[in-house]
Design a protein around this ligand. Structure first.
Ligand code: ZN
Length: 235
């Protein structure tokens, strides 16, 4: 495992560690790639050749299926959609680059946007919710505030959705997929993020590939990565 910005790991011989600990033969694959394979086998039932999966969690993971095969690229790191630049002068990302998709749409990016806004006094409601015992600034809390009509929280979701839609439009224009499957905690915000995302996708993508692509939230969600890993082992 060469580099994992959100774990802060570099060059970890993960396969050797696990094989020794488990006393079994071990194969390593990126979790978002496993989720993409799960989305391809379960959500799409292998009924389309070209699929993109986005896992919207702490960061944003991506996996790309082309011609019914997981696309790994030249050195095995393909599909890092979370580190697609959406704002070339934007916020510093854990990977060392700037304005990556996950710095805007990942849970850590959303929380950072909220924290900056709260510090500038933009959301008295979030500030009040955070004073409740056990409260923690999270996408879930920002979702609650948005559903209570807090304008700043609504704007956070709207901006995150628009950013996600812009990234999906780039993916649609470059790869012309039949399916985009979303999963992960942030996708649970539902219409708060999906509506602006689909609107931006429709505005920005080329017409014919946009009409063809089907965007769904995975029915299998949390299981997608593990079940996908198991299915990938069978290949
Ligand atoms: Zn990045």
């Amino acid at each position: 495992m060469r580099f994992s910005p959100n774990l802060g790991w570099k060059n970890v011989p993960l396969k050797r560690f696990l094989a020794r600990g488990l006393k079994a033969s071990v194969a390593i694959e990126n979790d978002a790639n496993c989720a993409a394979w799960g989305a391809y086998c379960l959500d799409a039932k292998r009924d389309c050749g070209n699929l993109i999966c986005l896992t919207l969690g702490t960061g944003v993971g991506g996996g790309v299926i082309i011609g019914g095969k997981l696309y790994r690229g030249a050195t095995g790191s393909a599909g890092e959609i979370g580190h697609l630049t959406v704002d070339y002068k934007g916020r510093l990302c854990g990977c060392g680059s700037r304005g990556c998709l996950e710095s805007m749409v990942g849970a850590w990016g959303i929380v950072k946007t909220a924290r900056e806004g709260i510090a500038r006094g933009r959301s008295p409601l979030l500030k009040r919710l955070l004073r409740e015992p056990g409260a923690k600034l999270s996408p879930r809390l920002i979702e609650q505030a948005a559903k209570k009509n807090d304008p700043f929280s609504k704007k956070i979701w709207n901006d995150a959705g628009e950013c996600l839609g812009a990234a999906m439009a780039s993916l649609v224009n470059v790869l012309n997929p039949e399916r985009i499957v979303l999963c992960g905690g942030v996708s649970k915000a539902g219409d708060l993020i999906l509506k602006p995302a689909l609107r931006a996708l429709g505005k920005r993508a080329f017409k014919v590939p946009f009409q063809r692509v089907k965007v769904t939230v995975s029915k299998f969600d949390e299981k997608l990565g593990v079940v996908g890993a198991a299915l990938l082992c069978l290949e």
